[in-house]
Design a protein around this ligand. Structure first.
Ligand code: 5GP
Length: 197
């Protein structure tokens, strides 16, 4: 998606350790018009499948998932929580994932009542690197008996392999920007071929 790639080129900074910082529009300050355009694009890409619910993970997935839901007939958005809370009651699906950016394990929790067996789910997230976060959400979906129709990702870092591993398992992964390489010394970012949308 050209407007997202242009924005990453303009405002993204490449950190050591394969981290792309895009906090001026995605991970801290939010560009809602851009989120809206991203949602519209995922709706176009997934128009041939039934989506009953969008699943994401806090925190940065929430904004993009909510904007996207407007283009999927206002389906509910469920976000997985990363910490236990007294507000979480009843039965829960819980797994543990390793965070790429925080470099530690943390729990991922979804209340059972918000994933109904047989529902068709689209999983949305801001970044896809090694795939740990999405694999955690997938295992919760498998346990819940929902149908995962695919993944809508803002920025895939293709060189880290998480996306291709999911594709090899037969999942549809639609990334709006796919970074093939990035250099912390020069700041150069190379994207996979993209269309002009
Ligand atoms: P994975 O689990 O696929 O290795 O990493 C995905 C998660 O780590 C995303 O949910 C995102 O929060 C975070 N992440 C991974 N790589 C980056 C990055 O380069 N920049 C930012 N801002 N977050 C990242």
């Amino acid at each position: 998606m050209k407007i997202l790639e242009d924005r990453i080129r303009r405002e993204g900074t490449v950190k050591h350790g394969n981290v792309l910082k895009v906090d001026s529009f995605l991970n801290h300050q939010c560009d809602v018009a851009l989120f809206d355009a991203m949602g519209e694009e995922w709706a176009r890409l997934f128009k041939d499948v039934r989506i009953d619910k969008i699943l994401t993970i806090e925190a940065s997935g929430i904004g993009i998932a909510c904007c996207a839901a407007r283009y999927f007939h206002n389906v509910p958005v469920v976000f997985a929580k990363k910490a236990q809370s007294i507000n979480l009651d009843g039965d829960q699906y819980c797994t543990s994932i390793y965070s790429f950016t925080k470099q530690k394990e943390f729990p991922v929790i979804v209340a059972k009542k918000f994933l109904v067996p047989g529902e068709h789910v689209l999983i949305i997230d801001d970044f896809l690197a090694n795939g740990n976060a999405l694999n955690g959400l997938l295992s919760i979906c498998e346990e819940a008996g929902v149908v995962v129709e695919g993944f809508g990702i803002a920025v895939e870092k293709g060189f880290q392999g998480g996306g291709d591993a999911l594709r090899a398992r037969g999942y549809r992964v639609e990334s709006l920007a796919n970074v093939l390489s990035m250099d912390p010394e020069t700041g150069q970012i190379e994207f996979a071929d993209s269309d002009s949308s």
